[in-house]
Structures are given as C-alpha cells and as structure tokens.
Design a protein around this ligand. Structure first.
Ligand SMILES: Nc1ncnc2c1ncn2[C@@H]1O[C@H](COP(=O)(O)OP(=O)(O)OP(=O)(O)O)[C@@H](O)[C@H]1O
Length: 238
C-alpha cells in the first residue's frame, strides 16, 4: 500500500532522511520511532506532498512518484496531527469543518455522511454546532479524526496523534483509532515517541536515527523488549 525505495529527503542542502526503504501492506499499521529530529515527521510530510525536495521512489496504492511531488490525493490518504487545537479552524463549527472536504470534492449525501462520521468517532449530533474552544482536547482530536475520514481515505498518516492529550484521554483515542482501522480496513503510518502507543496500535515498526533506519521489527519484538539494534535497545531502556 505504501512503498518507499531508496528515499532521501532534503531541507536545503541537508539530507534529513537517508536511503529509506519501506513496504507497508494494505491494512497494516506501521510505526516510525526514534529520537527527536530523526526524520519521522518529514517522511509523513513527503508522503503527503508537503515536502518535495527528495529523491528515490514513493508508491502509494497505484500512485508512483519519483524525484518530485507525491500526489496521492486526499481521497486516498489523510493526515492527523498531534495538536487538534492547532489543526482546527477556531471559528469553524464542527459541522463546517466536516462539510468543507465534502463540498470541495463534490460529494453527495453530505448530511448523512457527517452524521455517520460523527457517530463513528463517538460524538453525538449535538456536537455539530460547537466551536473548537467548546470542546475538550479528546473531543477536538475526535473531530480531527472525523475530518480525516470524511472522504473515506484508505490510509491515515498519524503524527503523534495522542501525545498532546491527557493520559486518560489518550487511551480513548487509541481505542478509537484501533477500532476504526478494523472497521474500515485502514492502513496506518504512525509517528510516535511513546512505545506503548506503538505496542497497542501497530503491527511493525522502523527505528530511525539521524534519518537512517536502524532496524525493522514486528511489534512482538518490541513487546518482548527484543529490539536488536543498539539504538533500539537504547529506546527500550529509556
Ligand atoms: N521546515 C524545515 N526546514 C528545515 N529543517 C527542518 C524543517 N522541518 C524539520 N527540519 C529538520 O529536519 C530534521 C528532521 O525533522 P523531523 O521533524 O522529521 O524529525 P522528527 O523525528 O519527526 O522529530 P520530532 O520527534 O521532534 O517531531 C530535524 O533536524 C529538523 O530540525
């Protein structure tokens, strides 16, 4: 579903991701872990077409890009960010936020789609006309997830989707993401610092350091604390 071949990504002269190869199956949940600045978010941004200074090859479903801009459209892939407050427009109601992608993409059955998605993310119909500041952090992240689902994408790119939330709320959002993946057959590529999030939500992971993959592992190796690279061991110890 997502394949990266010999991917190098640059900011100016600096190569921040180096020779990355990755092959993520349809329906798989895959994590990128590693220290701050190791290039995890940059990989998501390049896939989302937000960084176009890269070489190598990216394949998303049947879309192939080489050395240019990745154009997997919003109906194929959507991104969910760490900070739901920052990513929601402060003066747009939940309804307006969810309606926007439907209007842009000329989707039919708009009211019905909004009701269905609100229900899928565990928000009742009365949330429709609230503004972001009238929602809790967890509710805001549910709206951000709902917005990402409006066009029924096959892939979610999740950049630290729970790390801005209170610990008690994190578990709720993780449960939601787990059940949405199952019910909708979604493929996840997740960036996370917290290895317990990866254990809960993912099948496999890549450990990154300084833009290079140190190892790939099944999540069973993470749970058994049996990562093999030096840096993987360091992450387990810290
Ligand atoms: N817009 C930018 N312009 C220049 N350099 C950038 C830009 N965004 C990120 N970088 C640099 O690229 C490198 C990788 O950053 P990236 O955000 O991908 O790391 P990360 O592993 O996701 O880190 P974190 O866990 O802190 O989010 C870092 O050295 C960072 O400073």
């Amino acid at each position: 579903m997502i394949r990266l071949d010999n991917l190098d990504i640059f900011y100016g002269e600096t190569r921040v991701v180096k020779g990355m190869n990755l092959d993520i199956a349809r329906g798989e949940s895959f994590a990128l872990v590693g220290e701050s600045g190791s290039g995890k978010s940059t990989v998501l941004k390049a896939l989302a077409g937000q960084v176009d200074s890269w070489t190598g090859k990216m394949t998303v479903a049947d879309k192939i890009a080489e050395n240019g801009k990745m154009r997997a459209g919003p109906r194929l892939m959507q991104m969910v960010f760490q900070d739901p407050y920052g990513s929601l427009h402060p003066r747009k109601t939940v309804h307006a936020t969810l309606m926007e992608p439907l209007q842009i993409h000329k989707m039919d059955r708009r009211e019905e789609r909004i009701s269905d998605v609100l229900q899928a993310v565990g928000l009742g119909a009365h949330f429709r006309f609230r503004l972001p500041h009238q929602l809790s952090g967890g509710q805001r992240q549910r709206v951000a997830i709902a917005r990402a689902l409006m066009l029924e994408p096959q892939i979610l790119l999740l950049d630290e989707p729970t790390s801005a939330l209170d610990v008690s709320v994190q578990a709720e959002i993780l449960n939601l993401l787990k059940s949405l993946r199952q019910s909708r057959g979604l493929t996840y590529l997740l960036v996370a610092h917290d290895l317990s999030v990866v254990s809960f939500l993912c099948d496999r992971l890549a450990v990154l350091r300084h833009g290079e993959v140190q190892e790939m592992a099944d999540v069973s190796a993470l749970k058994a604390r049996a990562l093999t690279s030096d840096y993987g061991q360091h992450l387990l110890a810290s």
